[in-house]
Design a protein around this ligand. Structure first.
Ligand code: ATP
Length: 332
């Protein structure tokens, strides 16, 4: 093997640049050439290839986002798009590809693997919803960003003795909400994996007030759905519906904050830089050893490779012990 390529795909995540750097420099160490593909699968189809050298990735380890840009490509979902991508890779002399992204990107990677290009997936998504890895690149930074926001909201919540409902990202999973809720000392964490009981939530808020608590912070994962019968437009975020419900039932002043895209950006945390460096380097070593069709992941403290097919046939579960613990610690 003489040449590999690397791309980032799906939603950007802090630490993607550290992973690109690790891929390029590990390849340099083993004297492999590296092509960077701009804009994920879109750039793969449209030949947006650039040469990367160890110096090309100087000064990026601390930057959020991705220097290779990211995009979603509907063209790549078609057999024609995939055939064009394979053709472009072969024309460029690329024998192995590192895909830094989420499960959708790995599904795309499996198509390329079937066409004979060795692919290794590096999990990067703030949602941490990829199976077979304890952590995805970007998750730790996002949790820290959310905790910092909770700290700030807490100051106002305490000063004004209010209830704050804070909506966090995570799509269909509650990993961000659970980690940030536990680390931020939230009174309640609502996640899609556990049916929301708003009357219980209100009882807990009133109970907290009776214990002398000056405020309550309720963390709601964006994937929490349901008809909470508040008369609000169902298209609207659940957090607003929950806020209305709590206000009406408890009579406490309630505010809602949707943190939104500030959760995606920012300098990657030390942990994200470290796992990105380890995963990126291992991906290159696997390609060099002739492997493909796998993703690399952090399992306990080790870096392990799992067949992409196995990983994509599973669903990552949230740790409900976090849910139980957050509620125990907030109930006293
Ligand atoms: P994130 O978790 O941040 O959303 P992701 O990798 O899951 O990241 P997707 O938008 O789901 O993001 O996928 C990225 C791209 O991967 C898509 O735009 C598409 O080009 C390709 N892709 C997704 N699913 C498939 C599939 N089943 N077959 C081929 N390509 C796919």
């Amino acid at each position: 093997m003489d040449k590999i390529a690397v791309l980032t795909s799906g939603g950007d995540a802090p630490g993607m640049n550290a992973a690109i750097r690790a891929v390029v420099r590990t390849a340099g160490f083993y004297q492999l050439g590296v092509i960077g593909i701009m804009r994920g699968f879109h750039g793969l189809i449209h030949d947006e290839f650039i040469e990367l050298h160890p110096r090309s990735v100087a000064d990026v380890i601390h930057r959020g986002g991705t220097i290779l840009k990211s995009a979603r490509s509907t063209e790549f979902l078609t057999p024609e798009g995939q055939a064009q991508a394979v053709k472009n890779l072969r024309n460029a002399g690329v024998e192995g590809l590192v895909i830094i992204g989420g499960d959708g990107s790995f599904r795309g990677g499996m198509r390329l693997q079937s066409a004979g290009i060795n692919v290794i997936g590096v999990p990067a998504t703030i949602d941490n919803d990829i199976p077979c890895t304890d952590y995805s690149i970007g998750f730790d930074t996002t949790v820290n960003t959310v905790v910092e926001a909770i700290n700030k909201i807490r100051d106002t919540a305490t000063s004004h003795e209010r209830i704050y409902v804070v909506e966090v990202m995570g799509r269909h999973s509650g990993h961000i909400a659970l980690y940030a809720g536990l680390a931020g000392g939230a009174e309640t964490v609502l996640v899609p994996e556990v049916d929301a009981d708003l009357d219980d939530l209100c009882r807990r808020i009133v109970g907290g007030y009776e214990l002398g608590k000056a405020h309550s912070i309720v963390i709601v994962a964006e994937g929490v759905g349901g008809d909470f019968q508040t008369g609000r437009n169902m298209e609207e975020s659940s957090a607003f519906q929950i806020g209305d419900y709590v206000k009406e039932k408890t009579g406490f002043e309630t505010r809602v904050t949707v943190l939104g895209h500030i959760q995606r950006g920012g300098n990657p945390s030390a942990q994200d830089r470290i796992i990105a460096s380890r995963l990126g380097a291992r991906a290159v070593e696997l390609l060099k050893e002739g492997h493909g069709g796998h993703m690399v992941g952090v399992v306990h403290t080790d870096i392990k490779a799992t067949p992409l097919e196995d990983a994509l046939n599973q669903q990552k579960q949230v740790d409900l012990e976090f849910h139980r613990l957050a509620h125990i610690l907030a109930s006293q």
